[in-house]
Design a protein around this ligand. Structure first.
Ligand code: NAP
Ligand code: MG
Length: 454
């Protein structure tokens, strides 16, 4: 047993300790999940559905406890943390309908009958980052369990507490021992073992593009199935014909929510040149009103950043050469606080426009027309989210079709709805989570032909 300290972003103080598992401990848990798979896959669809609904109900009874834990461990605002715990419940409920609807096909063929089956994969390894510990865990484990797989889940080293509690609640809900396993530890130890241990048949990874590349090449060794949800540098495109008041008042939340530690953060703000001045005037008011305060307060819109290291990494983008348009406010207390920053980059190659900062920093650029907006938006290795603000429906449709990105919103900045697919183009990832098709990523299609001529 090797213990590591957990540090609260709110005050920088150690508030708990947690086991950091070894490779040997990881193997034991994987072994347990592999054994449990033999029984779990045989649980009848109706019973598996019932167990998942139970799991959702038990989470529902613990929303407040889980939310409080997340504020302490991750510095999320209490409003966000409640939504995040509720999202785990909702995603479990959504996929609890899946076991009884995991349909195959009957395909017309000569000389017989042909049927496809959706078979579970076995043990699924879910590797979760620190920025949204609860929802990202749920997007992996809920459909994985629904499809009949067992799960080993590794939370981020910095934010393991809610996942560990959810693991306990699964047992309380009657999910059999060994079916859903949470194991805390280092990515380079526990996560890497998920990739290399052949008993893990699939990896669901969410995190940085660099680690994603390592995981993908590790999985190649065994042709292990892999879904990757990686970084982003999403554009928020404001056309002159949009409702500028609405676009401006919503723009801070689009990038500063969760202190910008959001793969969908609209960290590039593209504003049509002829409305730049009036937009920026309204945007400045909204940024200055953005409530960066104690995250336990109900009206808090942003808390501190996750860690001292991450704070200094983000501050690295704010040098003497950086042109800052304006800055919001933040407490000067202990803890990893940083006020929202609005930058005007010197060129389109500026690293504030090309690299994922993952903090409360947005870079604003202007564009001339529709074609120019599309060109700038697509000038990125990433392609996760984005927003288009315009009252011209034809233009909004054209632009949303032209942008290379997995999740776009028109006259809205919301990217995630559990009913719809979520994932990235280009280096933002491979595969899609959530929505009606997520089960395909957790099953193999088996085709069986029955010869009726003999
Ligand atoms: P990260 O360093 O890539 O880590 C993500 C997870 O992978 C953590 O659990 C980490 O463990 C583990 N890990 C690290 N190295 C590993 C290895 N060699 N093998 C297996 N697992 C390993 O990312 P992060 O710093 O937690 O999160 C920030 C990044 O994630 C940002 O770039 C962000 O955009 C991206 N992200 C993307 C999405 C999306 O849905 N597309 C969502 C959230 C975040 P440790 O905790 O021990 O480091
Ligand atoms: Mg990391």
């Amino acid at each position: 047993m090797s213990l590591v300290d957990l540090i609260s972003p709110l005050d920088g103080k150690v508030f708990s300790q947690i086991n950091s598992a070894s490779a040997a401990e990881t193997d034991l848990v994987i072994e347990k999940a592999a054994k449990s798979f033999e029984n779990w896959k045989k649980v009848s669809p109706g019973d598996r559905a019932k167990l998942l609904r139970n799991f959702a109900s038990v989470i529902d009874l613990h929303i407040e406890e889980l939310a409080q834990l997340e504020v302490k461990n991750s510095g999320h605002t209490i409003g966000n943390a409640r939504w995040e715990a509720g999202n785990v419940r909702d995603v479990l409920n959504y996929y609890s309908a899946a076991p009884e609807r995991l349909f195959g096909k009957q395909i017309p063929v000569p000389n017989g009958i042909d049927i496809t089956f959706k078979e579970p994969l076995g043990v699924v390894g879910v590797i979760v980052p620190w920025n949204f510990p609860m929802p990202i865990a749920g997007w992996g484990f809920a459909p994985a369990l629904a499809a009949g797989n067992t799960v080993v889940l590794k939370p981020a080293e910095l934010t393991p507490l809610t996942a560990i509690r959810i693991g306990e609640l699964a047992l309380e809900a009657g999910i059999p021992e060994g079916v859903f396993n949470v194991i805390s530890g280092k990515g380079s130890v526990v996560g890497a073992r998920f990739v290399s241990n052949p008993k893990v048949r699939k990896i669901v990874f969410t995190g940085s593009t660099d680690v994603g590349k390592t995981i993908m090449s590790g999985c190649a060794e065994q042709i292990k199935r892999v879904t990757l949800e990686l970084g982003g540098k999403s554009a928020n495109i404001i056309f002159a014909d949009s409702d500028l008041d609405l676009a401006a008042s919503n723009a801070p939340g689009a990038v500063f929510d969760n202190a910008g530690q959001d793969c969908c953060a609209r960290s590039r703000l593209l504003v049509q040149r002829n409305v730049f001045d009036s937009f920026m005037e309204k945007f400045e008011v909204a940024v200055k009103e953005f409530q960066v305060i104690d995250p336990y307060q109900d009206n808090s819109q942003m808390g501190p950043l996750i860690s001292k290291n991450h704070l200094s990494r983000v501050k690295g983008y704010l040098t003497d050469q950086t042109q800052i348009a304006f800055v919001g406010s933040a407490p000067s207390d202990e803890g990893f606080w940083l006020a929202p920053h609005v930058l005007i980059p010197n060129s389109l190659d500026d690293k504030s426009l090309t690299e994922e900062i993952f903090g409360p920093v947005v870079s604003v650029v202007t564009f001339e027309d529709e074609a120019d907006a599309i060109k700038i938006a697509n000038n990125s290795n990433f392609g996760l989210s984005g927003s288009i603000w315009s009252r011209d429906i034809g233009k909004a449709i054209r632009v949303s079709r032209a942008i290379e990105s997995g999740n776009l919103s028109v006259n809205s900045n919301s990217s995630v709805r559990y009913w719809t697919p979520f994932g990235g183009y280009k280096q933002s990832g491979i595969g899609r989570e959530l929505g009606p098709d997520a089960l395909d990523a957790f099953t193999e299609t088996k085709n069986v032909f029955f010869d009726t001529t003999r």
